[in-house]
Ligand binder design. Structure first.
Ligand SMILES: [Fe+2]
Length: 216
């Protein structure tokens, strides 16, 4: 009974925050967090082992390198990347509890689909510049960001509001951020350690990526 009351209150709070600010952060220890600790550990292992590539993004003049490991890409349509880990990662993320958690926060009744999944590591002095996720795919509804870095400083997830103000989200190992893809955001410069996260995008559309400029 106590759990349900806690969950109901928490969800009411999350929905309100998501509606007002476009983003929520769920701590790993919170009872409403949809992914359990063992699964977080498994995701972490998959991210550690998967082959990675350096990706340079943006041109703001500072180090902006990302180390990326891919599990599902979405260039023309969602494609599972052939490696030992993709199916395990997708199996965990696609569990009913997680999908229902997202649908609940986004206040959706319809089916939603995971379209893209990747591991991002941001090293010291690097960052991710201001951008909109919908530039990659106009049908992205929300991004889920699971923090896998155990010790880092800086690297705040900064979400801009219509009035130009912003809110910062500082996540620890296992925490889940859910963020509306129509809000511009950035990850501020990592000051110490490495910020490691597993990022996935959900949409109502499971077909073709309807982005106009495929070179973006
Ligand atoms: Fe993003």
């Amino acid at each position: 009974m106590k759990t349900n009351l806690h969950d109901d209150q928490k969800f009411a709070e999350y929905k309100h925050k998501y509606r007002e600010r476009g983003t929520i952060l769920t701590k790993m220890d919170d009872m409403t967090h949809p992914i359990d600790k063992n699964e977080i550990k498994e995701l972490s292992l998959c991210c550690k082992e998967v082959e990675k590539e350096y990706v340079s993004i943006g041109d703001a003049g500072e180090s902006n390198n990302l180390l990326v490991g891919r599990f599902m890409t979405d260039v023309d349509k969602p494609v599972i990347v052939e490696n030992e880990y993709s199916h395990k990662v997708l199996e965990i993320l696609s569990k009913e509890k997680t999908i229902n958690f997202i649908k609940n926060i986004l206040e959706l009744e319809c089916d939603i689909f995971i379209r893209r999944v990747q591991f991002n590591q941001i090293d010291k002095n690097c960052f991710v510049g201001y951008h909109l996720d919908t530039d990659s795919n106009p049908d992205y509804l929300a991004a889920g960001v699971i923090q896998l870095g155990k010790s880092y400083k800086g690297g705040h997830y900064r979400v801009y509001q219509k009035n130009g103000e912003y809110f910062d989200y500082i996540s620890s190992y296992g925490d889940l951020i859910l963020s509306n893809c129509t809000y511009p955001h950035e990850v501020t410069k990592v000051e110490e350690g490495e910020r490691k996260s597993l990022v996935f995008f959900v949409s109502k559309n499971s077909g073709e990526n309807r982005r106009k400029n495929k070179n973006v």
